[in-house]
Ligand binder design. Sequence first.
Ligand SMILES: [Zn+2]
Ligand SMILES: [Zn+2]
Ligand SMILES: [Zn+2]
Length: 269
Amino acid sequence: MSIPATVTVLGCGNSMGTPVIGCSCAVCTGGNPKNMRMRASILIESATTKVLIDCGPDVRYQALKFGFTTVDAVVLTHAHADHIGGADEIRNFNIANNDWMVVYGDIETLREFAHRCDYMFHNSRNVDGNWFKPCVIASRIEHNKALTIGDITLLPIHAKHGRMDVLGFRIGDFAYMTDCHLIPEASLALMQGLDTLIIDCVNWEITHPSPTHSDWVNTAKWIEQLAPKTAFLTHMSHHMDYADTEARTPAHVHPAHDGLRIDVLSRSF
Ligand SMILES: [Zn+2]
Ligand SMILES: [Zn+2]
Ligand SMILES: [Zn+2]
């Protein structure tokens, strides 16, 4: 059975966001709203379930701007600050749900998240039953093993982000792969037959050694190999102007923009 769902790109910027504080480049100062990129995150919502992928420093404004008041679960791709730095806002979701929030991640991500956000795991609601701090429960997910949250089924896909492991997610024939420089063959095999792919592309060309992200040279190869009907670039830095990127990429490849919505069909794997 297929469940209709919508993916909203809440942010498609790199770790600094665009505009970058103090930068006077044309992308940062040009005023194109599609160059205003918050930190990378997506929301997947069906009629009954909302799943937030990553919870970065912009999550408060993302919730206000894109109109979601709570979510049913938070799923982490990895524990870098631009993906977990807004976890304190989970408190609002605790209040809305009057319940603890389950945070999903692989074991290394959960370990790092628990290390940085230790207080969120403690049972210290106040006497009136108010949620005066975020309250979370960790749930471990395994690489390449599907999990179902409400009526949304996600297939976690393992990739490398520098020395770190990172998870991408496939929902039906949609896949989201942020923060990666290498996708193992076994993971590429799980990404066949996609309608839509959102994929890391931080810059046109990365010249420094030991990259943690993909550049257009590399991302274009992934897109050619995987042949999705449509691909969107994410985690873009201020080196990538929206209009210029649209012009320089093939017809079925586009820069993402904050607020982009994609219809997907969730199904079991
Ligand atoms: Zn990132
Ligand atoms: Zn700039
Ligand atoms: Zn990262």
